[in-house]
Design a protein around this ligand. Sequence first.
Ligand SMILES: Cc1cc2nc3c(=O)[nH]c(=O)nc-3n(C[C@H](O)[C@H](O)[C@H](O)COP(=O)(O)O)c2cc1C
Ligand code: SF4
Length: 413
Amino acid sequence: MKEKQLLFTELKIGSRTAVNRIALNSMECNDADSEGNPSELTYKRYRKAFEGNAGVIFIEAISVLDESRGRLNQLIGTTANQKALTDFIKEMKKVNKKPLLLIQLTHSGELSDPVFSRRICVKPLPGLGGDLITEEEVETIIDKFVLSAKVAHDSGADGVDVKLCHGYLGSQFLRPYNDRKWKYGGPWKNRARFAYEIYERISREINDPDFIVGSKISVWEGFPGGMGTAGPDTPVMDLAEPLDLVKGLEERGGKYILQSAGSPSITLALTQPDRNIPDYAYLHMTFQKAVKKAVKPETAVIGSAYTIFRNGNNKFLAVNRRESSLVYWGNKNIRDGVCDMIAIGRQSLADSLLPAKLEAGREDEIHWCTACDNCVEFLIRQRPVGCATYYKEYASELKEIRRKEGLLKEKHT
Ligand SMILES: Cc1cc2nc3c(=O)[nH]c(=O)nc-3n(C[C@H](O)[C@H](O)[C@H](O)COP(=O)(O)O)c2cc1C
Ligand code: SF4
């Protein structure tokens, strides 16, 4: 029980308080209705998530527009969706009003699926590409981010996460690879402009001191020219720009940084550490500590990639099982000033009741994620996503898909 204490202390995020230090990370599950509104499946997932009593619940990546989307049945956050979003948030707050509800806002950019939407890019990346966007188009996209933030605010959300990670549009601007000579590329000042303009406008136009704004960032994307590299053609790590970014976001009203790494369409195992080679999880901790050192003490630093530690039953070597669990590392990292809060991704699909079960001393009842990544397969195949290990309906669905379509050839989102 002693081990759990720090995870179950309150945390200030801006003017608000998270009741504990476990967050549910954004997990897009591609099960919205044809208008991009939450469906019955979406409601079912999140009702359960709210019952779990996490300190913060990051609602999955919601697209700020219909035109360019990564997922066929992605949630959308335009004014047309405001009524549905309001009903959804009201229902979740009815289930449990304690968790802070933050909505992740995104534009998929070069990860938009050209089969059903328009793929656009900042600078074509080998294997992805897309229409090169103009400065005028960027201005329209910034408008849409601000409008979606207002929709989220007016629908009753406690805040928004402006997505700057995982290779989606927000992160494409930031990369050294974006050496295109334009208003939003080349020198760091230009590459950070997109993110900074969104923050400045949200702060000016929403102007609600209780509305939380922050971002999930990939500190190092792990491929040549990716975020956190030393130049457009090298993978060599250089954290000067990501650390400048977190300070710049903070200066513009950012209240937290949700640390992540990698770009799942390129470096999937870096974003979500693999069960056979789990060690990237340690790199995430290193990034959390670097971010924590860069920001002011009042800016909350939330760490990702804790799922892989499970209850200590994992493949990490040279450690005692008791000192290699999610709970152990969460408490230790908070105590050591590595991060202020931990976020669970895949673990939240396997069992979103984890915070409540832990707090009640029912650790034995937790369904620990096996990091089999079968949930990612649903995402890759553009199907509604769920845990195929602990939910029978998703297990049989996956079996049926594989029978009809064969095994996956490549594992990239
Ligand atoms: C099915 C699936 C959906 C995801 N959706 C999102 C998303 O909407 N936004 C996001 O920032 N990350 C998304 N992620 C990444 C997770 O939030 C998280 O960063 C990653 O899985 C690492 O954490 P974990 O090791 O706890 O799973 C997704 C991951 C998976 C497997
Ligand atoms: S399908 Fe596998 S990786 Fe995904 S949540 Fe379930 S156990 Fe975890």
